[in-house]
Write a protein that binds this ligand. Sequence first.
Ligand SMILES: [Zn+2]
Length: 415
Amino acid sequence: MGIGEKKPLALFTQIEEMVEWLASFGKSQSNGVTRQLYSKEWQAAQQAVEKRMEEAGLRAYYDDVGNLFGRLAGRQENASTILTGSHIDTVIDGGKYDGAYGIIASLIAVEYLYKHYGLPRKNIEVVSLCEEEGSRFPMTYWGSGSIAGIKSFADIQDLKDANGMPFVEAMRQAGFGQGKYPQPRRDDLDCFIELHIEQGEVLEREGKSIGVVSHIVGQRRYNVTVIGESNHAGTTPMGWRKDAMHTAAELIQVLMQRAKETSPELVTTVGQMSVEPNISNVIPRKVTFSMDIRHSDEQVLFEFCEAVCKEFKLITSKHHTEFSIYNWMNEKPVKMCERLNKISESILGREGIPFKKMTSGAGHDSQVFGQFCPTSLLFVPSHKGISHSPYEFTRTEDLEKGIQLLIKVLYELAY
Ligand SMILES: [Zn+2]
């Protein structure tokens, strides 16, 4: 029996209710959500999801870092596991959809499949990942990284939050990290599927309902320091100056221009700058600024950064200043699974749902899973691209299209 033969479920009300339900754990004064790793709000949300999993007929269990799973065991002996879900933690005063939507969608989809088709061949597990954002401790992807075995307790030993609370102590107080639960590392995963809001406005602007992500972009981050000479703003003729700010301004201008010329997909941002001595009537001696550069092709990223660096040298010497550059982050692009993406694309094509093959400019748990097992990341539109904000919004009909797709993908993979 094909899945199209069942009458479509009216998911609308259920989705809206569940979005509000999950957002009620950690609701902020501005109607946003603050649910930081191992906090009271975080614990309440995980417990609520756990209860919801059990009600849906799934076997709920935690691992030792606090990832929560709802398992629908497959009929096949020694079946592998299809994992689907997203992260439960939020940034401070974040929105109702980032992370939460992936969990809600997976819960609804698996409950629907179980109700209509019984037990699958393969195991399906809904996952509510404990941490992705890095908004409490200086650590991102703690949940997915622990499952993939690229993060371990050694990585968190010395970490503290802004109030001085050690990571290990916060984890212990929430009941984890003491060997009470199974170790997080998994070796039975068939694949991971994550439904997430786009957090950009490409889908909305182009009138597409679903984004099928081919790559999560690579990111390089640098600090650039320009050294000149401080001097009097009134008595130093323009030609005699070693003005670190004038140099920095030209470097940034060139950086932006080259980015536009290189590829429509390449993005670069200078979001941080410091000036010394930072006085209005003194020529700046030192300017430091950040560079964030992203693209889905490692080669393009590499060549762009090399070329920009060369040009920076020429410009700084023209201005009789000096510069240094420090590369402190270098994350490679991660490719999503083509086979899984094709399944989504053919379902969407068959049903006439407008979709876009795209890259993700933001990081997600899928970039960790993508290096570990076949992974598919699917986007639904974000209104005006607003995210990490109480104003984050996706229309329920778009949320529903994502869930309908997930139901069908899981059906093809697991039944
Ligand atoms: Zn997210």
